[in-house]
Design a protein around this ligand. Structure first.
Ligand SMILES: NC(=O)c1ccc[n+]([C@@H]2O[C@H](COP(=O)([O-])OP(=O)(O)OC[C@H]3O[C@@H](n4cnc5c(N)ncnc54)[C@H](OP(=O)(O)O)[C@@H]3O)[C@@H](O)[C@H]2O)c1
Length: 317
């Protein structure tokens, strides 16, 4: 049995992965944290071993690297000093390669595609990162993937907007439905219409990571988008309607004129947004073609999010 090292295990995705995904094939799970007490309060009694260190503390991290190990990188790029972050990450990768670790799963983002003119995005679509976040993520991805490795397989994951308990996506929509004026909701609904939301449940992302950890074939250099854009509810109007009914909020009139797509693109461009296409979809066909199957239901994941949202709101009140 081998071991697993999770970088960023105390974050939104990392916590969900460690608490819910099937990682039983690993004998030991190490979690990098900058604060052991915070990590313990988040992950509770999970049988993991903490490495209390900054990413830059390579010598401490290198001590746990070993032959056959898998590493999952869920670190969020810092808002400053990106080059130091990339340097540290690359040093860990090269040390892992030296030690003959097996696989490094790097979690980036589907947003690196940036201002693409394509409506259906897959892993072959050329990237034109637009925002600082996209540019940073793309720079990390490119650097990590270009490292000279002979043992370690470097695999890039590109999830779309991840939602779930503790996540930030969907918060503003839920807040708007529960607290905004009817006028604001009506104008937002008119502007958004049936825009694809590009949401993916955190449970699906955790399952995909676990699946790719277990996958026995060679995945060196592969990139996988993780998305659930095929879900009918993954569009603004239906999603809003669904949340309104689950939260027992007053429904607002559906009688609205069509908003032309060019208007959405124009305003989004003016607001400095990256994705200016209302119907952009990210394909996860490549991942599914490997045999991946998600047991997570999109609706159940939404219920889970709303339960968490209501509990958090009640506690804050
Ligand atoms: N959330 C989304 O919707 C989404 C969508 C697509 C892609 N992604 C990508 O998926 C990855 C995980 O996202 P997330 O939302 O789970 O991120 P997150 O909640 O912000 O968690 C980031 C984690 O990184 C750790 N970390 C950051 N800098 C570190 C350093 N210098 N040394 C040690 N640990 C460090 C944090 O640890 P501390 O607890 O010590 O701060 C935390 O555990 C990120 O790359 C993100 O960009 C996220």
């Amino acid at each position: 049995m081998s071991s697993l090292l999770v970088l960023g295990g105390t974050g939104f995705v990392g916590k969900y992965l460690l608490q819910n995904a099937d990682l039983t094939s690993y004998q030991t799970i190490y979690v990098l944290t900058r604060d052991r007490h915070k990590a313990f309060s988040l992950l509770g009694s999970k049988p993991v071993k903490y490495i209390e260190a900054e990413l830059s503390n390579i010598s401490v991290i290198a001590k746990v690297l070993e032959e056959g190990m898998d590493i999952v990188n869920l670190l969020r790029p810092p808002s400053c000093n990106l080059s130091a972050f990339i340097k540290s990450l690359c040093s860990i990768l090269l040390a892992a390669n030296e030690k003959k670790a097996r696989r490094f799963l790097h979690c980036g983002t589907a947003a690196v595609v940036g201002r693409s003119s394509q409506t259906l995005i897959d892993e072959t679509t050329s990237c034109h990162p637009f925002t600082d976040y996209e540019k940073d993520q793309f720079a990390i991805e490119k650097r990590v993937c270009s490292l000279p490795v002979n043992h370690l397989e470097i695999v890039t994951l590109r999830p779309t907007a991840i939602f779930g308990p503790g996540g930030k996506n969907l918060l503003s929509l839920a807040d708007r439905i529960t607290s905004s004026s009817t006028m604001k909701q009506v104008s937002m609904r008119w502007f958004q219409q049936d825009r694809t939301m590009n949401l993916v449940p955190v449970g699906t992302v955790a399952e995909a990571i676990s699946f790719l950890c277990k996958f026995t074939g060679n995945l060196q250099g592969e990139i996988f988008q993780i998305s659930t854009d095929q879900e009918a509810l993954n569009q603004y109007r239906l999603l809003e309607k669904w949340i309104v009914s689950r939260l027992n909020c007053a429904n607002i009139s559906n009688l609205q004129p069509q908003r032309p797509d060019w208007f959405f693109s124009l305003v989004s461009r003016g607001l400095g947004r990256s994705n200016i296409a209302p119907h952009r979809r990210y394909s996860a066909d490549k991942l599914y073609s490997l045999g991946f199957q998600s047991k997570v239901s999109f609706e159940q994941a939404l219920e889970e999010f709303l339960d968490w949202y209501l509990t958090t709101k009640t506690m804050a009140a």
